[in-house]
Design a protein around this ligand. Structure first.
Ligand code: GLN
Length: 483
């Protein structure tokens, strides 16, 4: 039962083969049995989950169940959950009980899902490996000595190991797509503004976007139906109707034009990953897609521009953690300066401090024009590159990462090499575009992700094209040994 997809579990619930309470208990047991190996959860909300499941069963009895009623899910610990610890992976918020629900949490609740807990993540979503979490690294179920990716590594590991059928994540520079790729599951980063950021703890506000993880494209479409939509509490939320993302999954993709950015297929791409991606391209050719080379000439500038813009925004967003309002406070401060200084020195980890220092430097007077303004101009050029590409093709295809998962500890002392592993995902955030990652094969038993990038609000088309790949292949059905 636990390896089933959300769509399958939804049918089991509808046919009364299992109740939501039973299903919830089953996944709670899975977490108890296996999470010691993975460290994918920060908080498990057992009582809350069983209570919610009971209500879901009542809703079904009353004949009011929807497709997600009674389905267990987990929330990345970046989403505020009313009355429940919301740590953002940081010592700073280790004692923080959120006073309200994020809109994503409310939406999924209203759709009838049952939250089983909050998943592990890089501190304040800064990282590509989950190693910056205050709660220790989450582990990759395909090989627990390897990282699951980050920053939403806990969600990805939990779904990949079938500890939960679906979960949320956030993606500022790749944090949904990269861990989905490294863990052999499906993850969607929606268009900026499609999913509300209200109650989603801010890292870099102009880049952050929440989205779903699940085993299949179909499941991701089901979760998106609940998560997406306008929210007046988020000033960057876009007021456009939400289509039924499951309705168009099987639309024909004959004649669809798929672009391959020549800058992505270079010497930095691991040759085994390249082979898997080439095989995926062949699949699409067989389905009648037209494959075409394109160019995104400013690709090499995306990582440098991101690592000015994201730290700049984070340095401003994280100024609120001052020991006064909420979160960690140092012991016995001498005076106000001492309170600020020691609270922040003791409460933040190294990666967060590094970003705050880079960000405040880039924003300081005298350097603002040279770094921040310049990075913003590059951001525009990157967006223009995509605009030009989407005049020629419908979607863009690439790997999600240049290599499969790396070992825990392998890159911790080399932040630059960690930053460079985001080369295929970061530009998408700078341009505000949607992107999806789907399983596409293995190298030495470690998963490889395929990325499809769409034009603004092109989620339905992306899901449609990715769904056809899952109809033609069975990578997404593979389960890690021992789980
Ligand atoms: N790995 C990138 C970073 O460290 C992206 C993180 C994210 O998308 N949240 O900033």
């Amino acid at each position: 039962m636990h390896h089933k997809t959300i769509a399958e579990l939804s049918k089991e619930l509808a046919n009364k083969k299992i109740s939501s309470v039973e299903l919830t208990q089953l996944f709670l047991n899975r977490i108890k049995q296996h999470d010691e190996k993975l460290n994918s959860f920060i908080t498990v909300t057992e009582d809350y989950a069983l209570q919610t499941a009971k209500e879901a069963d009542k809703t079904r009895e009353a004949g009011k169940a929807g497709p997600l009623t009674g389905i267990p899910i987990a929330q990345k610990d970046i989403f505020c959950t009313d009355g429940i610890k919301t740590s953002c992976g940081s010592k700073m918020l280790d004692n923080f009980i959120a006073p309200y629900d994020a809109t994503v949490v409310t939406n999924l609740k209203q759709a009838g899902t049952v939250m089983l807990g909050k998943t592990n993540m890089d501190e304040f979503a800064m990282g590509s490996s989950n190693e910056s979490s205050y709660y220790g690294p989450a582990r990759n179920p395909w090989n627990t000595e390897y990282v699951p990716g980050g920053s939403s590594g806990g969600s990805a590991a939990a779904v990949a190991a079938s500890l939960i059928p679906g979960a949320t994540g956030t993606d500022t520079g790749g944090s949904i797509r990269q861990p989905a790729g490294l863990c052999n599951i499906t993850g969607l980063k929606p268009t900026y503004g499609r999913v509300s950021r209200y109650g989603m703890i801010a890292f870099a506000s102009s880049l952050d976007q929440g989205g779903p993880f699940a085993k299949t494209v179909e499941d991701v479409a089901m979760l998106m139906n609940a998560m997406a939509g306008f929210d007046e509490n988020d000033s960057t939320s876009i007021n456009q109707p939400v289509p039924d993302y499951t309705a168009t999954l099987n639309d024909s993709i004959k004649g669809i034009r798929i672009g391959l950015p020549k800058e992505y297929f270079n010497a930095d791409l691991n040759s085994d990953v390249a082979k898997a991606i080439e095989a995926a391209i062949k699949e699409y050719e067989k389905m009648g897609a037209i494959i075409q080379e394109i160019s995104l000439p400013n690709t090499h500038l995306s990582v440098p521009a991101y690592y000015v813009i994201a730290p700049a925004e984070c340095s401003s967003n994280l100024a609120r953690y001052d020991g006064v309002r909420y979160g960690y406070r140092c012991k016995d401060p001498k005076d106000l300066q001492d309170l600020y200084k020691r609270t922040r020195s003791e409460g933040f980890g190294n990666e967060v401090k590094r970003r705050i220092m880079i960000g405040t430097y880039a924003l300081s007077s005298g350097y603002y024009d040279a770094y921040y303004l310049k990075a913003q101009k590059i951001r525009r050029l990157i967006r223009d590159d995509f605009n030009a590409a989407f005049n020629q093709v419908d979607v863009i295809l690439s790997p999600t990462s240049p290599t499969p998962a790396f070992k825990i500890g392998e890159k911790t002392n080399d932040p630059l090499s960690m930053y460079l592993s985001d080369i295929y995902t970061i530009a998408v955030n700078l341009a505000g575009l949607p992107g999806i990652a789907v399983p596409a094969g293995f190298v030495n038993k470690l998963p490889i992700g395929l990325q499809l990038i769409g034009n603004l609000f092109g989620e339905a088309k992306l899901l449609n094209i990715a769904h056809w790949y899952q109809k033609a292949t069975d990578w997404h059905t593979k389960i890690p040994e021992g789980f």
